[in-house]
Structure formats: structure tokens, C-alpha cells
Design a protein around this ligand. Structure first.
Ligand SMILES: [Zn+2]
Length: 63
């Protein structure tokens, strides 16, 4: 199970997926939904929307 590098919370599969898509596929930066939103200076709902978007595109990183 991956943990957020900032708050050390366990990340869900979709959180891991969106972190890889937005912060780089090498996984050097792993952030949960909230920390990702804070880093990108967007509301967490924007992260949810992006997860939905990638999921609908059939991206295998999302469930
Ligand atoms: Zn976090």
C-alpha cells in the first residue's frame, strides 16, 4: 500500500493513479487527494473530476 509523502495517509488505488498521472509516472512524488489538491492549488473536487475523467477514458490505473 502506498502512502502520501506529505500526510503519510494510506492512498487508495485511484489516489495513487491520479498522483501518477498528475505528478509523473515515475512515482517519485506520491500525494493523496487532499495534498495533491493543495499542491496544485485546486479544490479537492477538481481531483475527483480528473479521476472520473481518466476512469472514463479507460485508464488502467483507476478502478
Ligand atoms: Zn496527503
Amino acid at each position: 500500500m502506498s502512502r502520501c509523502q506529505q500526510c503519510e495517509r494510506e492512498m487508495t488505488t485511484n489516489e495513487l493513479g491520479i498522483s501518477l498521472r498528475l505528478m509523473g509516472r515515475d512515482g517519485k512524488i506520491l500525494l493523496c487527494r487532499e495534498c495533491l489538491a493543495a499542491r496544485l492549488q485546486v479544490p479537492p473536487e477538481t481531483i475527483d473530476k480528473k479521476i472520473e475523467q481518466f476512469k472514463n477514458q479507460g485508464c488502467p490505473l483507476f478502478v
